[in-house]
Design a protein around this ligand. Structure first.
Ligand code: ZN
Length: 506
């Protein structure tokens, strides 16, 4: 078999897997939206069947032979060619999938299923001791997973690679050190500012049917294609890209808290724009897949925060918002509203945190994950370590584990290494936005937003991020799009400038 024939067969198999996985994604979407409760048993069987079939196809030894036949050939000599990128990423996935012993995969599935149930109960009852043995098992198995996959500098990197290939612990440590050094004093200065946002104006009566119309209009304005997507309601919002022409987002409406659904929709729309603008011709191969979790998150945070919490955005949307919710916003001006959606104050819960304090929540989790994985921190000592570091970073005492180390689901499902991608998303978002401003003109871009026009920014993101799929790793994508390696500085400058205006004390 020639390398060209081997590559063609690899692409054929990869695309077949893409179709198979999109079937599973469609079933998963249905499960979370419209499936009747009685369908749960059958759905479980359908999903397990598809997952086993996909695993079997992907780990077929023939795939390894095909990869070996292409690697080292002229086809992949140019590291930026289609073939080189596809082969590089297929190799990474194949190695990861085949290095893990079947027994470990099954054990992880069993242990994390039980751990998630235990976590839910423990969180409700503020009962860390009942979760502790489960988490000990999860951490032990994740160590085994890392050892089976292999790593060079730090065991954590083997886990991180599942979400953020190529990013190292050393890079993350440096990013988080730079962030916490500036964020901790920034948050204190804002707390000391006499300017206090009035959050209550967001907590009035916002009828859900009108919220829905308003959020959909904003999604369309920033570029969501409803002919190739849907917006539905679920208890846990998500975005699911089935493939070309079909990307579905969900949200959750709170009749007495406007930001929840609105910024949730902008967030998921950011994810959806990425999915809707991946190159369709590469569907099913790595070139048709988003770069990394962090880069995906950068697209959601960019539209939610960089654009959606900015003044030019609300210069356009606030008058329309007042027309839509005349009772709730009677007597409220644009300044008060803009300040309210940029309320900064340390709080206990990560998912409710504002832009400034959010990354401190992640810095804490990253530190603790590293220590748990290396054995420097025993699971039994987790609540104490959490509470101590939380107080140091956010200046608040933690009243109970429910609002402390039990608040997130991630560790119970084995998602160690996942949290840093949220902060990477914030940092990539700020750096990409700064580059877009430089390329398109900061003033004219702001003028676009004031007119409710976002197409130039969207097109810039398509050209610099979306259309590349996995051609480059995240670090390289960032260098090409922005001209520099990822740094916390654009994010810190963005916050400093924004809050200097809003709080007049930074
Ligand atoms: Zn997201």
């Amino acid at each position: 078999m020639t390398p060209a024939d081997a590559y063609a067969e690899l692409v054929r198999r990869s695309k077949e897997l893409g179709v198979l996985n999109s079937c599973a994604a469609t079933l998963a979407w249905d499960q979370q939206t419209y499936m009747p409760p009685g369908g749960a048993g059958l759905r479980g069987e359908q999903m397990a069947f598809l997952a086993a079939l996909a695993h079997q196809k992907f780990t077929d030894p023939k795939v390894g032979e095909l990869l070996a036949a292409v690697e080292g050939s002229d086809l992949v000599a140019d590291s930026e060619s289609d073939a080189a990128a596809n082969v590089r990423e297929l190799r990474r996935g194949y190695d990861r999938a085949t290095k893990l012993p079947q027994s470990l995969v099954e054990e992880l599935a069993r242990v994390t299923t039980a751990a998630q149930q235990a976590w839910e109960r423990a969180k409700k009852a503020n009962d860390f001791p009942s979760f502790r043995p489960h988490l000990e098992k999860v951490v032990g198995l994740k160590r085994q997973e890392a050892d089976a996959v292999g790593f060079t500098a730090h065991r954590y990197e083997a886990l991180l690679e599942e979400y953020e290939p190529g990013t190292t612990v050393a890079e993350l440590k440096e990013l988080f050190a730079g962030l916490t050094r500036d964020l901790v004093p920034l948050v204190r200065r804002i707390a000391d500012s006499p300017t206090k946002p009035d959050r209550s104006l967001l907590e009035r009566e916002y009828p859900v049917d009108r919220q829905k119309v308003f959020a959909e209009a904003a999604a369309v304005a920033v570029g969501f294609d409803f002919a190739a997507g849907r917006l539905d309601t679920t208890s846990h919002p998500f975005c699911s890209g089935m493939g070309p022409g079909d990307c579905r987002i969900t949200t959750r409406y709170n009749p007495r808290f406007f930001p929840e659904a609105f910024f949730g929709v902008l967030h998921e729309t950011g994810h959806a724009l990425y999915e809707q603008n991946l190159p369709a011709e590469h569907f099913g191969t790595p070139l048709g897949v988003a770069c990394s979790f962090g880069v995906h998150e950068s697209q959601s945070r960019l539209w939610e925060n960089q654009v959606g919490r900015g003044r030019p955005f609300w210069d356009h949307f606030f008058p329309r918002l007042k027309q839509t919710f005349p009772a709730a916003l009677a007597g409220v001006g644009p300044d008060a509203f803009h300040l309210a959606v940029n309320d900064v104050r340390p709080s206990l819960i990560r998912v409710e945190a504002d832009e400034a304090t959010y990354n401190l929540h992640i810095a804490l989790r990253f530190e603790l994950e590293l220590a748990l994985l290396s054995g420097d921190l025993a699971v039994a000592d987790l609540p104490g370590a959490w509470n101590e570091r939380f107080q140091a970073l956010l200046g608040l005492p933690v009243p109970d584990d429910t609002r402390g180390c039990l608040q997130d689901i991630h560790w119970s499902f084995g998602g160690i290494g996942y949290f840093p991608t949220y902060t990477l998303g914030n940092l990539y978002a700020a750096q990409l936005m700064a580059a877009a401003r430089r390329d398109l003109g900061a003033e004219s871009l702001a003028a676009d937003f004031r007119r409710g026009e976002f197409v130039r920014l969207k097109d810039w993101l398509v050209a610099n991020v979306h259309r590349h799929g996995q051609r480059h790793r995240a670090g390289e994508l960032c260098r090409r799009a922005t001209g520099a390696a990822l740094s916390p500085q654009p994010f810190l400058s963005y916050l400093a400038e924004k809050y200097a205006g809003l709080y007049r004390a930074c």
